[in-house]
Design a protein around this ligand. Structure first.
Ligand SMILES: NC(=O)c1ccc[n+]([C@@H]2O[C@H](COP(=O)([O-])OP(=O)(O)OC[C@H]3O[C@@H](n4cnc5c(N)ncnc54)[C@H](O)[C@@H]3O)[C@@H](O)[C@H]2O)c1
Length: 272
């Protein structure tokens, strides 16, 4: 169903790798709501080629950019404004990667070169993206910027590894940069803290299967899907949420406020 919430709006969507990606679902929903956008991802992700199908479906152009590289970001932002014919109303940062997780290094045995790389990709890239948008004055007034995060930024999830620290940093950047973006340009900046979701990045976390099932049993509304996240992002890009900013917003079926659920208690009960 479409509500035309994003009619006439322009933006950039980072991070659509394949059809499971949260950014992929978001691009589809933004398109349905009348928004126009440029798709971007790291050059290495482009080689897999799936993003072309999404570009075709949504009538979008693709501009490759490594989100840790300032030259790439400069090119992305200036070209996007040209292609779309005006300043941007929305940006989605949907990027995450930990080299320590990928290579099976424990949190207590990190390779710090990898820690730094993961921090740059997963957190600092958000600052770099916003700084590039800010310096180029590329955002329209009342524009909206969203990044995706996970609750391991607040609470311990042992297998989330150094991504927990990266997400805490990412959420802090949203608040700190959001202050200046709000004051100077009337642009809002928020993070959505999403349920575990079966995507390439999500499934990289050790024991993901047990973890997602546990979250499902703990959440009164069940886990939020990638489509649920896309829909929430659409509302944050729309004019209906103009003064929501500097927030970390949970899209998790209620998980973050539950101590324990009956299903989980039942799983541990020794009563017959
Ligand atoms: N899947 C989950 O369980 C879950 C839960 C909460 C939050 N998130 C967050 O959602 C976001 C999207 O992840 P996803 O689950 O859709 O997985 P995904 O693997 O589909 O997306 C991650 C994207 O990051 C991109 N990326 C990696 N390095 C990059 C770089 N240097 N420059 C530009 N792009 C780069 C990848 O190419 C990929 O498209 C991430 O921030 C992730 O941490 C995911």
């Amino acid at each position: 169903m479409s509500y035309n919430l994003l009619k006439g709006k322009r933006g950039i969507i980072f991070g659509a790798l394949d059809e499971n990606s949260i950014a992929w679902k978001t691009a589809e929903r933004v398109h349905e709501e009348g928004g126009k956008f440029v798709l971007t991802n790291a050059p290495i992700a482009m080689r897999m080629g799936q993003i072309n199908a999404l570009a075709e479906k949504t009538g979008s152009e693709i501009i490759p950019a490594d989100a840790t590289n300032l030259e790439d970001l400069e090119n992305l932002v200036t070209k996007s404004v040209e292609i779309l014919g005006g300043k941007l109303d929305f940006v989605l940062h949907s990027i995450g990667m930990s080299v320590n997780v990928r290579k099976g290094k424990a949190y207590t045995d990190q390779n710090y070169d990898w820690t730094q790389k993961g921090w740059d990709v997963s957190a600092v890239s958000f600052h770099k993206t916003m700084q590039t948008l800010y310096k180029n004055d590329a955002m329209s007034e009342w524009g909206s910027i969203v990044a995706l995060t996970y609750m391991a930024a607040q609470r311990v999830f042992p297998d989330y590894n150094d991504m927990a620290d990266n997400k805490a940093y990412l959420e802090s950047i949203a608040r700190s940069f959001g202050y200046f973006f709000g004051k100077e340009k009337k642009v809002r900046v928020n993070t959505i803290s999403q349920s575990p979701t079966p995507t390439t990045a999500g499934q990289g976390v050790k024991g993901f299967d047990g973890f997602i099932n546990y979250a499902e049993k703990m959440s009164p509304l069940g886990n939020a899907t990638a489509l649920d996240c896309a829909n929430y992002t659409v509302t944050l890009f729309s004019d209906l949420t103009k003064r929501v900013t500097l927030q970390n917003l949970y899209n998790d079926g209620g998980f973050s406020n539950v101590g324990v659920s009956q299903e989980v208690i039942d799983g541990f009960s020794t009563d017959k």
